[in-house]
Design a protein around this ligand. Structure first.
Ligand code: KG4
Ligand code: ZN
Length: 334
């Protein structure tokens, strides 16, 4: 089954064609970074307007890249939530209309389940059950994944998401937007042991995260060492990154141990972070676990992961209705 996937939950307009939830025919992502850069963060109203401009050309490009006529598409999957409501509505309304006009089945899916299913677009996907760490700009959670559409939330952040912490630290140091990738690159030149930032693990037996204390510690360090902050920017970012990565990797390993899972996954925008990939891979090797981390282009927001999870809901016989609406808040399921 060839599915056209559409994603507009935040600041990327994306479309993809994926067969049977695993084979990518095409994946197009139009980023709005340049639009939001001057504001240091995503401006929801501008995001919606840019999605409106981009959606038709991006979908056409996805079909062209897949070398498919619209008639060859079997179904449509689109992000229903969580995300920015105005942004979601552009993709959701487009998908509804596109499918309705062609008499095709369509399904609105959960963006977070999309990220989790991104590992099934890799050559060696994990068997069920596995434990997944989802780290993005809006979410930091650990799940026990028992099926393509079945997950149990084990823990999540009580305040900032990991990506949000990266972005805020980059802002404090005037490094630019979006900060995650910039911190990742700059940190290669720094000493991760230069500054001992806290590793907020909260209750060691639970799987909740907290990044606001770490973020405040970085802010305090910058305020109390203004000159060092200018000369030692790479040491600060490397030390911050090391602390954040330590906590993420530690919780993921704990979760795998508690659930007795031999397979672990890291998904979402922050999964592009080289140090996180390195640390999780090294710890997993020590513990004899198999690691599944998608290639960089499938870590950030994309529509291939939406088509992948959509396929499994459609296969279960689920369909969305024309009167269905988007949702902004975090929840699982469709
Ligand atoms: O999954 P994603 O593209 O969008 C959301 O669903 O939120 O994640 C975006 C987040 C941003 O906070 C960005 O700074 C972060 O992922 N990010 C990174 C890296 N690349 C992107 N964080 C750390 N290191 C990176 N290399
Ligand atoms: Zn995302």
């Amino acid at each position: 089954m060839k599915i056209l996937g559409i994603e507009t939950s935040c600041d990327e307009t994306a479309a993809a064609v994926v067969e049977d939830g695993c084979t990518i025919f095409s994946s197009v992502v139009a980023s709005q970074i340049e639009v939001h850069k001057p504001y240091g963060g995503v401006v929801p109203e501008l995001a919606s307007r840019k999605h409106i401009e981009a959606i038709v050309p991006v979908v056409e490009q996805a079909l062209t890249d897949a070398d498919l006529a619209p008639e060859a598409v079997d179904a449509v999957a689109v992000t229903r939530g969580p995300g920015l409501v105005g942004a979601l509505l552009v993709g959701f309304t487009f998908a509804k209309s596109w499918a309705y006009a062609r008499g095709l089945p369509w399904i609105g899916v959960n963006h977070l389940e999309g990220h989790i299913n991104s590992v099934f677009l890799t050559p060696t996907p994990p068997p069920f059950p596995f434990v997944a760490l989802l780290v993005s700009g809006g979410h930091t959670s650990v799940y026990h994944v028992t099926g393509h559409t079945g997950v149990e939330l084990m823990g999540q952040t009580r305040d900032d998401a990991a990506g949000e912490a990266f972005d805020k630290v980059a802002k404090m140091l005037n490094l630019g937007y979006p900060g995650g990738g910039i911190i990742g690159k700059l940190s290669k030149e720094g000493d991760p042991a230069a500054i001992k930032f806290p590793r907020p693990s909260l209750d060691k037996k639970a799987f909740d995260f907290s990044f606001s204390g770490l973020k405040s510690a970085v802010r305090r360090h910058i305020e109390t060492h203004p000159q060092a902050a200018e000369k030692q920017t790479a040491d600060i970012t490397a030390s911050f990154q090391e602390a954040a990565v330590d906590v993420l990797a530690y919780k993921l390993m704990q979760a795998a141990r508690v659930k007795k899972c031999d397979h672990i996954a890291v998904v979402g925008g922050v999964a592009a972070n080289e140090r996180l990939r390195e640390k999780v891979t090294a710890l997993a090797r020590e513990k004899g676990l198999s690691v599944h981390i998608p290639p960089i282009e499938l870590c950030g927001d994309n529509a291939a992961m939406i088509a992948a999870v959509g396929y499994h809901y459609l296969k279960e016989g689920k369909r969305s209705a024309l009167e269905d609406d988007v949702f902004s808040t975090t929840r699982m399921g469709i």
